[in-house]
Write a protein that binds this ligand. Sequence first.
Ligand code: URA
Length: 243
Amino acid sequence: MQTKSFRIDRYISKKIGINRRDIKLMLAQGRIEINGELVREITTIVEEFDRVLLDGKLLQAKQPIYIMMNKPIGVVSATKDKLHKTVIDLLPKALLGNHEVAHDLHIVGRLDLNTSGLLLLTNDSRWSRKLMSPEEKVNKVYQVTLQNELADEYVAAFSAGMYFEFEDITTQPAELKIVSKHVAEVVLKEGKYHQIKRMFGRFRNPVLALHRSSIGNLLLDTSLAEGESRVLTSDEVSTIFDR
Ligand code: URA
């Protein structure tokens, strides 16, 4: 997900369909305001949640929204799907406030159709990009139930990383704790396609159930029933990154 910031001339031109050259004049005439300040520089950058006015008329005033969902299995982590219900379909209208917000949301780190647990949705692409960035190394914790018994050798293999030929990448060191014969807890710092299933696939050990319980410092709120969601507190939005 790209960060939605644009240079002012590109932003206004896209928004109201006028020539970028004419925007230089508008700026010189003091007709454009961002967050209560007149702007005159063509190099000014408009950020996603800036309040932008042209001739006193509002062009943009979006509020950021951050939602956690307890995703049930059988629901797709997508905004649209022809076959299945999507996580967006599960969001209560009351939670979104204004209906248009739903169109603006994206998912931060998808879960597979048959994976349950903590899923985050937001319209803040800067926040989601930071959460998913490999440099940030944000932990994602999963509980995994396996068909066959776990063995100690899995721990070293997860920690060493595995080479995925299809993408030509080696996975970051991952932590695996054996909880019981068929249950493991896995901590990933990234989210490659079907990563956990593929990692256990190396041992020909099919994953029977997969559940995400936390992302960074944010734990799935256990008062949320499957399919339920709630807005994050501002504290949760910022402390998710703390180590
Ligand atoms: N790994 C998987 O295989 N599936 C998920 O949904 C998440 C991590």
